[in-house]
Design a protein around this ligand. Structure first.
Ligand code: VG1
Ligand code: CO
Length: 539
């Protein structure tokens, strides 16, 4: 019943910012997924005592991969798999299930905000018992396995039915099909004041949640419509689809344009939120208003007292280096700890586990807290609704009041996509080498105060990680450069640009950052090297 299959390594199975992420067609190659899974199991001791969560965002090919996971886990004598019904589990719910049941880890099958389908992307996020994705040294060990693998083990059994909540036993492995919603909902109900939220959502307040045909649809319908009483149909694109209904399930101004258009129309609702494919990202919109993710983190932090779970105080707050400095102003004012980490949620985990932070966020539409070890789109939505319910102001007025108190960090991310890897690597290397010569240099109205590669020393395990190059200007403006670790098509250069002002609070960010955008190109020499005169995507 257990077979050992000979295989040869693929040499491209290094995990990026959030797990393994590739074109779906890569995953379809013979033994591609099998190699990766066996490589993970090869790095774990005593598998017969280990239990894992399995599920995903419902994208194309997940169902096939889940059956492979089951069979390879059985052959490797894993003690138990908890599998979300129909193969579904959101990234935040998965984190909670691992923590609640004290599991040894989990495999969440998602390429997150990347498109799905045969021509889209697939991905595997591998989490450990922390409830969050594995640390860099763990992914490095797995990568070593993938480079030398010669065989994998697989059980020869028929596919397991995942449509019913049932428990199976094969050899020494138990397979339990679990409800992927109930535990998460119970947990989230313990954080917020659901009575207050219900009052808001059953009033004439007009609310839309867009699940972008990803996995949060059923979670959102249960929470916002069934429990909190929002009108039926408030959750849009609510049914998880293998190709996300053709949507690019990335909740930003470009890929959620349909929602943005609605919120900027004459008939705009009061509030809208969108989530990405696996439910960890969020975008918050008000009537004719967009909340930038960096501001989202700052405003949430400033309002922590409104939420029952945090009213007695919070530990510090952390952001990725690329995220704007807005939250630092709040942290300084509240006199709480403040940390800056490399891009990727895994860097927040040690800070949460050591009670250094409660909230954290990234500019890439990620906000979250220490209730789990992943970012959480529904949590962010409920937090914003709680702020609205309490201060009875529009989303726009909430942001404006915040900027009047703290000033505004105008912020944009410019992405240059599909650059040949060697060109991108050379650009970054040359840019890094040029940083010492930048200090004191003037570009138009802006003078560089310091420029350096961002190096992070984790306060818990003291390993240094290099991620991104930072250029500071004397007026508080910043430009951060880094290469994406989630792209599946050549390299993507991300340029993060911000400018701090205390007046001119309601201007157009593209206008406010126009000159700095040009300076960012001058410094990186991107146009010369790639032929690109402007970014492919601005968010
Ligand atoms: C991007 C974002 C990063 C985020 C990561 C995973 O990574 O910039 O902030 O943590 O995606 O997001 P990169 O390396 O392409 O810049 V998701 O929603 O996978 O979990
Ligand atoms: Co995601």
């Amino acid at each position: 019943m257990i077979k050992t299959v000979k295989t040869t390594p693929y040499l491209d199975q290094k995990m990026g910012t959030a797990g393994l992420r590739k074109k779906t067609k890569e995953a379809l190659k013979p033994n591609y997924v099998e190699n990766f899974l066996q490589s993970i199991f090869n790095t774990i001791q005593n598998l017969n005592q280990k239990s894992f969560l399995v599920g995903g965002d419902g994208r194309y090919y997940n169902k096939v991969i889940i059956q492979k996971i089951i069979k390879i886990a059985i052959a490797n004598q894993v003690k138990k798999l908890y599998i979300g019904q129909d193969g579904l589990v959101s990234t935040p719910a998965g984190s909670h299930i691992i923590l609640k049941n004290k599991l040894d880890g989990g495999l969440v099958l998602t390429a997150s905000h990347n498109p799905g389908g045969i021509d889209g992307d697939f991905g595997i996020k591998y989490s450990t018992s922390t409830g969050g994705q594995c640390q860099p040294h763990e992914s490095a060990a797995i990568y070593e396995q993938t480079k030398t693998i010669t065989e994998y083990k697989i059980a020869d059994i028929p596919d397991v039915d995942l449509s019913e909540l049932k428990t199976y036993k094969f050899e020494n492995t138990e397979i339990e099909v679990i409800d992927p919603y109930v535990d998460y909902i119970e947990m989230i109900e313990g954080i917020f004041d659901f009575n207050k939220l219900k009052e808001l959502l059953t009033s004439d307040f007009r609310f839309v949640f867009d699940a972008m045909n990803g996995v949060t649809g059923p979670y959102a319908q249960k929470i916002f419509e069934e429990i909190l009483g929002a009108p039926k149909g408030s959750v849009h694109n609510a049914i998880p689809k293998e190709d996300f209904g053709g949507l690019h399930p990335d909740p930003n101004l470009i890929y959620a344009k349909h929602l943005v258009d609605l919120m900027y129309s004459d008939n705009a609702p009061d509030f809208a939120a969108a989530n990405d494919g696996d439910g960890d990202r969020n975008m918050i919109l008000g009537n004719h208003f967009f909340v930038s993710p960096s501001d989202c983190l700052a405003i949430i932090t400033d309002n922590y007292k409104l939420i029952p779970a945090y009213k007695n105080g919070i530990y510090g707050v952390a952001k990725s280096a690329a995220t704007s400095m807005a939250v630092k102003k709040v942290a300084d004012n509240l006199k709480i700890g403040y940390y800056e980490v490399p891009t990727g949620w895994k860097y927040f985990i040690n800070l949460m586990d050591s009670n250094r932070i409660t909230f954290c966020g990234e500019e890439s539409f990620g906000t979250g807290a220490a209730h789990i070890r992943e970012k959480d789109g529904i949590w962010a939505t409920l937090f914003w609704l709680s702020i609205v319910a309490d201060c009875k102001k529009s989303v726009k007025d909430i942001a404006l009041t915040h900027w009047q108190k703290y000033g505004r960090n105008y912020y944009l991310r410019n992405d240059y996509e599909g650059i040949p890897q060697e060109i991108a690597d050379k650009l970054m290397k040359d840019l890094e080498d040029s940083l010492p010569r930048l200090t004191g240099k003037t570009f138009g109205d802006y003078t560089v105060s310091e420029a350096y590669p961002f190096i992070y020393n984790d306060p818990v395990d003291h390993t240094s990680t290099k991620n991104g190059l930072i250029v500071h200007f004397t007026d508080g403006s910043r430009i951060v450069y880094r290469l994406s670790g989630t792209g599946t098509n050549g390299a993507t250069l991300r340029t993060y640009i911000e400018r701090y002002v205390t007046d001119k609070l309601l201007e157009n960010p593209e206008e406010m950052l126009h000159e700095l955008g040009k300076i960012s190109r001058e410094i990186s020499d991107v146009t010369n090297r790639t032929g690109k005169r402007k970014p492919d995507i601005i968010t």
